[in-house]
Ligand binder design. Structure first.
Ligand SMILES: [Fe+2]
Length: 236
């Protein structure tokens, strides 16, 4: 099984202007998304995961129009997609009026994808906190032998702690880590949000990966090959 991954588009088209952070090429993201979805389709991926921050200004009245435009581009790519919102997107209740809300658990062959698409910034803050840890613990405790790898999808960073004034990590990242480490599963954690990204980091048996933002040069996307015991990530 092979995944495609891309994250942090910060698209603006109906929403005017661009990001105050100049290197974010918000207005080119429609074209870049078309190109990257074509690349991933040619790589033969079974599913493309998008890690959030599809648009740039969630509160602008035209943001939903931009989301609908992205939905159209994803739909026309001819490859299945799993899309989650980030902190720059409208609230999941509005976001999933446009995109299809993924199930918590998706099984593809011997891979289980577990998606946390409801994690939003806490009121008056910029970081997030996973709410239903008891539910997460129960889910991860089921460790079926015929699941080779579990892919955990979310926008925010679980590990490593990012040393920055801006909060990239979940407030309760330690508790999330503990659940994953104790599960006995082979876990590959997939995040966006931290635009510099980082290569796969293994800690106590769990692998963590963060994709670089697609809105910044070189406008990357990734393949994640899960067909062997070793997981291979490639940047395109
Ligand atoms: Fe973000």
């Amino acid at each position: 099984m092979k995944l495609g991954f891309l994250t942090d588009l910060h698209f603006r088209n109906a929403v005017p202007g661009t990001s105050s952070i100049e290197k974010r090429r918000c207005r080119q993201m429609g074209d870049v998304l078309c190109r990257n979805l074509k690349l991933l389709k040619n790589e033969g991926v079974d599913l493309v995961v998008c890690g959030g921050d599809l648009v740039d200004e969630p509160d602008h009245p035209a943001a939903l129009k931009d989301l609908a435009e992205l939905r159209r581009i994803f739909d026309e790519a001819g490859v299945p997609t799993l899309v989650i919102p980030g902190n720059h997107d409208p609230h999941p209740d509005d976001f999933y009026k446009i995109f299809k809300r993924p199930d918590r658990v998706l099984r593809i062959g011997d891979i289980e994808l577990i998606t946390f698409c409801e994690d939003v910034p806490l009121t008056g803050a910029e970081d997030s906190e996973r709410q239903d840890l008891a539910g997460m613990e129960k889910l991860f405790a089921k460790n079926s032998r015929d699941v080779r790898h579990t892919v955990v999808v979310q926008h925010y960073i679980i590990y490593p702690p990012i040393d920055s004034e801006y909060p990239y990590n979940y407030r309760n990242f330690s508790a999330i880590r503990a659940i994953m480490e104790e599960s006995g599963r082979s876990i590959f954690s997939l995040s966006g949000h931290y635009h510099r990204g980082f290569d796969v980091i293994e800690k106590n048996g769990v692998s963590y990966f963060c994709g670089k933002a697609m809105c910044e040069e070189p406008f990357p996307c990734y393949t994640v090959d899960l067909s062997g015991d070793e997981i291979e990530v490639r940047e395109l």
